[in-house]
Write a protein of this length. Structure first.
Length: 171
């Protein structure tokens, strides 16, 4: 498979972040880039689909992003833990899509998997998972207290390193 230009991945992330997700597929077509060309691009297209309310397509692109990501990152000789860390945004976005679809069990499972990660490299994504889990279970629900503790820990550890972040992949 040909390498996808970083500009395509970054353009996709920028359009989603700018609230112009509806323009993404047409823009990729102009650049003659398939939305399935890389795991990062598939993820960004999935984010656009979520933004546009197209959850079925979002889930297909998220599944593709997970599969392609696992293969690509394994080819780059990342460890299984490093691969999970890199694909953490995919896990959380899949949970979010399930949440929007009303599949509370799948959403809860995905958010909990993200929260349980040992990754310290993507605190923003873990914080999103904690926040979204709390919208389901509440602070006193099953796992709510643990989620709040995780959020407090993230806040203490990462408050000084916080900066602008996006859920979209950019290279």
């Amino acid at each position: 498979m040909a390498k996808v230009p970083n500009v395509a991945v970054n353009l996709a992330a920028s359009l989603v972040a700018a609230g112009r997700a509806s323009e993404l597929l047409a823009t990729l077509k102009k650049f003659v880039v398939s939305p399935k060309a890389s795991f990062e691009l598939a993820f960004n297209v999935a984010c656009a689909c979520v933004s546009n309310g197209n959850l079925r397509d979002a889930e297909e692109y998220l599944a593709l992003a997970r599969t392609r990501g696992e293969t690509t990152l394994a080819d780059e000789e990342l460890s299984p833990q490093e691969i999970e860390d890199e694909l953490l945004p995919v896990t959380v976005q899949r949970a979010y899509a399930a949440h929007l679809r009303g599949d509370v069990d799948a959403a809860t499972e995905g958010y909990r998997a993200a929260i349980a990660t040992k990754s310290a490299s993507d605190a923003a994504t873990v914080a999103v998972a904690v926040n979204n889990l709390l919208t389901i279970v509440g602070p006193r629900g099953a796992g709510g207290a643990e989620a709040i503790k995780k959020m407090e820990k993230l806040r203490r550890v990462h408050v000084c390193r916080a900066g602008p972040r996006t859920t979209a992949f950019a290279r």
